[in-house]
Design a protein around this ligand. Structure first.
Ligand SMILES: C[S@@+](CC[C@H](N)C(=O)[O-])C[C@H]1O[C@@H](n2cnc3c(N)ncnc32)[C@H](O)[C@@H]1O
Length: 274
């Protein structure tokens, strides 16, 4: 591994590069990760028990995949969302007219205590600078008896198939690369432990299953070259030769023609003490 790539891998593990991992346009995010949003967002909203009479918050909304699911359930006027990336905030606003979409971070939410019936967060805990502070803030803005729920891909045990294929291919070229397997929330039970530490009650941990379809291998590979998230960001730091080696290792791991991939996310939900 070159010095820059080694430094980047260390930085990904320490979470130092969060800010630059989501600078790609919303359309690129859609093709890379957003294609899992319809199934993952519905599963998380079900887990949180989101029903039509609720006012809800989406923390780390990105371009708004979960926001859209929440707006469909409770009406956009009853949905708030927040993300530090200005271009994602703009995309989320455009895609969810009427929702209260703001720029900011989980660790300092700009809403009053108890403002929501439920606060949800999809694939964000691992990117927060201080995940426990973020969970604490989600609990603070949720009313007593309300629900906090969050999920992160299972990159520790490899249940997120797309990322497992990618990081396994990376390690076939360089076994020292850590990838995303030690990020907060990515190991079974981690989110539930954070919820307990935040003082949430009746905490239940579990898993969600999402799915995405790919037209062919190029449809799988091309979005990795958009420099979205830790995987794309890592790939963009490599030489053409390294990238070609990783591409080929991915190609032999996948079938010819169209295919679908399953993805497991670890999740937890908890109740704010009455
Ligand atoms: C993997 S994306 C998830 C986006 C969306 N929730 C989804 O499920 O598709 C991670 C998101 O977390 C956001 N993020 C990073 N640090 C954050 C923080 N401290 N607070 C809130 N969001 C953060 C990023 O800007 C990015 O939009």
């Amino acid at each position: 591994m070159g010095a820059f790539a080694e430094g980047l891998d260390t930085a990904i593990r320490r979470g130092l590069t969060r800010a630059v991992q989501f600078t790609a346009p919303a359309g690129d995010y859609d093709r890379f990760m957003g294609r899992y949003a319809p199934t993952l967002a519905a599963a998380l909203a079900d887990e949180a028990g989101v029903t039509s009479t609720m006012r809800v918050l989406d923390v780390g909304c990105g371009p708004g995949g979960l926001t859209r699911e929440l707006a469909a359930r409770v009406g956009a006027e009853n949905v708030a969302a927040i993300d530090p990336a200005p271009h994602f905030v703009a995309a989320c606003r455009e895609r969810n007219p009427g929702a209260d979409v703001r720029e900011g971070v989980a660790e300092a939410l700009p809403w009053a205590d108890g403002a929501f019936d439920a606060a949800l967060s999809s694939l964000v805990i691992g990117f927060m600078r201080d995940p426990d502070a973020g969970v604490g803030e989600m609990a603070r803005v949720t009313r007593r008896g309300g629900t906090v729920a969050a999920c992160m891909w299972d990159t520790a045990a490899g249940g997120m198939t797309m990322l497992r294929i990618f990081w396994t291919a990376v390690r076939s070229v360089d076994p020292r690369v850590e990838g995303e397997r030690r990020m907060a929330g990515t190991a079974e039970g981690d989110i539930a432990e954070r919820f307990e530490r935040a003082g949430l009650e009746d905490v239940v941990g579990g898993e969600l299953t999402a799915r995405a379809e790919y037209a062919d291998f190029d449809d799988f590979w091309e979005p990795f070259t958009f420099a979205v998230g830790p995987a794309g960001h890592y790939l963009s730091s490599l030489s053409d030769e390294r990238r070609a080696g990783i591409r080929e290792a991915c190609r032999v791991a996948l079938p010819d023609g169209a295919f679908a991939l399953d993805a497991r996310a670890w999740c937890a939900r908890g109740t704010v003490a009455v």
